[in-house]
Design a binder for this molecule. Sequence first.
Ligand SMILES: [Zn+2]
Length: 166
Amino acid sequence: MVNLRIRAARNAMGMTQQELADRVGVSRQTINAIEQGSFNPTIRLCRDICRELDRTLDELFGGEDMMMYCTNCQTAYEEERCPCCGSRKGRPAAPEDICFLAEEDSLQAGILEDFLKQEGIPALKKSTVGAGMAMKAGAIFERFRFYVRYEHLEKARELLEEIRNS
Ligand SMILES: [Zn+2]
């Protein structure tokens, strides 16, 4: 997605891409790529850009629904740091990011899978134990992790709530 807001804020400050790049310590190509939406800046770079352009993160990089994405854990989160690994190195989540949704036992997993299918949400389902282990331990112990694209995460979480509350 092209980020028109950064360009607009930069122009309002009378700053060229090169000048902004120099101030935040990256190349002009990087600034250009961010404005073109072909590069996802780190949260740190986002903050530096905001500081130089005198704007908030929300104003330049998102709306109220902006989430960060931890590439270690494939977790989307709204907090200061990743709730799984504690890393602060997350970047703003992109629509195609594969995000962890839930871990369920095999019964719940079947239900969740059906719900997701009905809503047309493509999901990745991974067994938490190897196939050989699952056979030894019995299917009842097998658990599954579900992942969906970030653009489907909110809807998928709603479905999950529905299932858990029913
Ligand atoms: Zn993490």
